[in-house]
Design a protein around this ligand. Structure first.
Ligand code: NAI
Ligand code: MG
Length: 499
């Protein structure tokens, strides 16, 4: 299949989707950018600003107050969302092409993994909404209180480029099902699929003003959305640096509810009691080198007991060869390029820094055919560094794993927690006591024992510490996009009745 040719023949929409139609940004400004794989000009997506945010919030608020969507029964909302998911499924190839062209991540990843996962998340939440109950306190003799979840109102969603459809679906599906009106600000590197999805949402029956997509720069559209006083919730996935700003924007405006899923430097502990080092190396490579390492929960810090270090290193080198980058448009390739020249330079700078500081760098030897200027980086293993070194502390967001050594598991857990992040973590061991001790000890929102990246819509996903606030996925996500209300009811004994 010629993805480039198919993309050329598509009628690609680049404008914002506001109140049920495509519109230009008021300033007519657009985003200038080029493919990191082949330099294709991808400019022209509307760069919305403060004025566009203003208009969109008005429409979204109006839709919320009218209540055409909000007042639908859970079953009605479910049916529309299920139809929406079916329609997205029919556009699976188109959406995968848009994301591949914009981000230069492997088409294979989008078509077989990301797009189906996003659709699955929408179905999961749709199926959940009419099976999930609110609560009541145990009734008193003369009083009763219900505790129900109310929508927030207008909700802003700011997403990153590393998994455009999945991250957005994790947020917009529960937000919509709770009755909110949503405004999605996709990343400037990956806006096309979400712009298309907005139209599909309308065709599925989501009323105008309820599902809006505002492409633009973070500093302009994203910031204006997060600072808006009529926006009652802001839900963000991206860097911890911007996450911190989002909290401030909330404080500076109306104390809107904030949900954050930020960066990570997740530890992957390998014990000397690990009975299958080959499996551990395989699982590690699959999770740290997939999508050129552009994954928030990537296990990018391996902490290994000295005794098994050398054997593990050799196994990891072999496994890394399976994730060398190649042409993202070739369906057989499992790894494409880094999203942008900027991100590519950032990753390279970290590798150079490690080299300058005397670290040992191993890069996979196999090379797949790709144009000379493509922004790809070979799977990279860095050793001979300390946990306090910059490469071991910062989120690099590239195919780079740092290998650290520990004397024992106690020290490994201490090192694992010596980070501002706390998204995910793992221990590989056959010793049950050790596994339990580590799972309890690792300060992160997720811990895996003898696995990594296990994924199910039923399980919440979100970080401790500077990796975020709140959870994506699972029925708990409905709580994020709503606020609890307690209603007390007091009763008098009807006349003529005795207690
Ligand atoms: P970023 O955090 O700047 O961008 C994420 C989203 O936030 C985008 O939609 C962007 O437009 C928006 N944004 C940026 N500045 C904003 C602001 N002041 N107000 C409101 N919204 C704003 O991430 P970026 O610059 O693309 O990547 C830099 C680093 O961030 C990466 O190298 C990686 O370490 C980390 N990152 C982490 C992600 C994760 O999944 N946790 C995803 C993307 C990046
Ligand atoms: Mg940024």
């Amino acid at each position: 299949m010629d993805i480039k040719e198919k993309f050329r023949n598509m009628n690609v929409e680049k404008r914002a989707y506001i109140n049920g139609k495509y519109v230009e940004s008021k300033s007519r400004k657009t985003i200038e950018k080029y493919s990191s794989f082949n330099g294709m000009d991808l400019s022209g997506i509307s760069a919305c600003g403060k004025d566009d945010v203003e208009d969109t919030v008005k429409c979204a608020k109006n839709a919320f107050e009218l209540g055409i969507w909000r007042k639908k029964t859970p079953e009605e909302k479910k049916n529309i969302m299920l139809k929406f998911a079916d329609m997205l499924e029919c556009c699976r190839e188109e959406l995968a092409i848009l994301d591949t062209i914009e981000t230069s991540r492997a088409y294979q990843n989008y078509y077989y993994d990301s797009i189906p996962k996003a659709i699955g998340a929408i179905r999961y939440f749709a199926e959940g909404i009419d099976k999930y109950y609110d609560s009541a306190i145990p009734p008193r003799e003369d009083a009763f209180a219900t505790v129900t979840r109310c929508p927030l109102g207008v909700v802003g969603i700011i997403t990153p480029w590393n998994d455009p459809m999945v991250v957005a679906a994790w947020k917009f599906a529960p937000a919509l099902l709770m009755g909110n009106s949503v405004i999605i600000k996709p990343a400037e590197q990956s806006s096309l699929s979400m712009i298309r999805v907005a139209e599909i949402a309308s065709e599925a029956g989501i009323p105008k003003g309820v599902f809006n997509v505002l492409p633009g720069f973070g500093e302009e559209a994203g910031k204006a959305l997060a600072l808006h006083k009529e926006v009652q919730g802001i839900f963000f996935t991206g860097s911890s640096e911007v996450g911190r700003q989002i909290v401030q924007y909330s404080g500076m405006s109306n104390m809107k509810k904030v949900g954050l899923e930020c960066g990570g430097k997740s530890p992957f502990i390998v014990s000397k009691n690990c009975g299958d080092l080959k499996e551990a190396a395989k699982v590690l490579a699959e999770n740290v080198f997939y999508n050129q390492g552009q994954i928030c929960s990537a296990p990018s810090r391996v902490i290994i007991e000295k005794l098994v270090r050398d054997e593990f290193m050799e196994l990891l080198k072999k496994e890394s060869e399976k994730f060398v980058p190649g042409n993202p448009y070739e369906i057989r390739n499992n790894v494409g390029c880094i999203v942008s020249k900027n991100q590519y330079e950032k990753v390279k700078t970290y590798i150079e820094l490690a080299k300058r500081n005397g670290a040992i760098i191993y890069q996979a030897k196999t090379v797949k055919e790709k144009p000379i200027n493509a922004c790809c980086i070979q799977p990279t293993i860095i050793s001979g560094v300390e946990n306090s070194d910059k490469v071991a502390r910062d989120e690099i967001f590239g195919p780079v794993v740092v290998l650290l050594e520990a004397e024992n598991i106690q020290e490994a857990i201490k090192m694992a927690n010596d980070t501002p992040y706390g998204l995910s973590g793992a221990i590989f061991t056959d010793d049950l006591n050790e596994a339990y001790y580590a799972a309890k000890g690792i300060e992160s929102g997720l811990v895996h024992i003898n696995s990594y990246g296990e994924d199910d819509n039923m399980a919440p996903f979100g970080g401790f510490k500077e990796s975020g606030l709140g959870k994506d996925k699972s029925l708990w996500a409905f709580d994020e996009y709503s606020q609890q209300k307690t209603v007390w009811m007091k009763f008098k004994m009807p006349s003529g009745m005795r207690g």
